[in-house]
Design a protein around this ligand. Sequence first.
Ligand code: HEC
Length: 293
Amino acid sequence: MNNGAALFLGLLFAMACSWFAFVGAPQWQFGQEIPYTDEATGKVFPVDRGGAAKRGHDVYRQNGCFECHTQQVRQQSYRFSLVVDEWGTNVQQTLREFPEVSLVVSNEEVALPPVPYLLFDDLTLREAKDYQRRRTESGTQLRRVNHPVGPDIARWGARRTVGLDYLLDRPVMLGDRRFGPDLSNIGNRQPDPRLLLLQLYQPRLRNEDSVMPSYPFLFESLEATEENEAEALRHQGEFVKDGRGRLIAPKPEAHDLAAYLLSLRLDEPVFEAPGLGIEASDPESEATEEQSD
Ligand code: HEC
């Protein structure tokens, strides 16, 4: 073999390229991320999950919930709406420029509707920009509002998930199969802990066709006494009972898991993914250009 050195260097180069693409670049992009502080409100995001929810994270992992549930919401594109913040002074001119506006009639007086007024909904970026340019002489102020869209967002999330969402999770459980719904926003979609506990005890109580396994070992059966009734699971107003007529109550692990599920929320807007109905910060910002017509 005469070209041993060249072969070695070639392989080293190929390996170095893939190392850079899969390890170096992501580390460079995300490795330095730290919790973000909103300067206006002083709020920090993400906040570490507290006691029960933190323990629940382990229960989630121990029971392999991530085998069937993802925690990642994707976004396809944006749609835009235009909101009027100020009508300007020349009503006649405004009406000529925006014939779409419906006037408000009260006490025999005809007036422009109160602001903020939703003028157009569901526009592409180009349409929105065209309208924004059209406002000219009437002095009407149009503000563009982003709406992230996509099948994941419609079903599960208020916004897409970003690296920051997982910053304090050890380990991160993104999941790669969706036998069940995505859970990254379950705390908002199902804020009632009793229903979450019922789902864990026996998914088929609420949905006959559910293929989710039940987790009875996270629950204990108790004597049917008045004292125990406060803790016991109910379904449609009736106590859930085991074969021997005893009440079913969650063990601490079940409470922890429910607390973890409740802590999964996507209502905090972040810089990269402002979320539903958040106004576009800069009209020409390049982040909003990826739209679908
Ligand atoms: C074998 C796959 C599988 C596993 C493992 C699994 N699930 Fe599910 N899960 C499903 C399916 C399918 C559904 C949808 C049907 C239903 O609502 O029961 C679901 C529904 C849910 C829902 C209701 C979601 C909603 O949008 O209302 C919650 C909450 C949930 N699972 C939590 C969990 C937790 C916590 C674990 C781990 C202890 C877990 N699941 C394990 C398959 C699974």
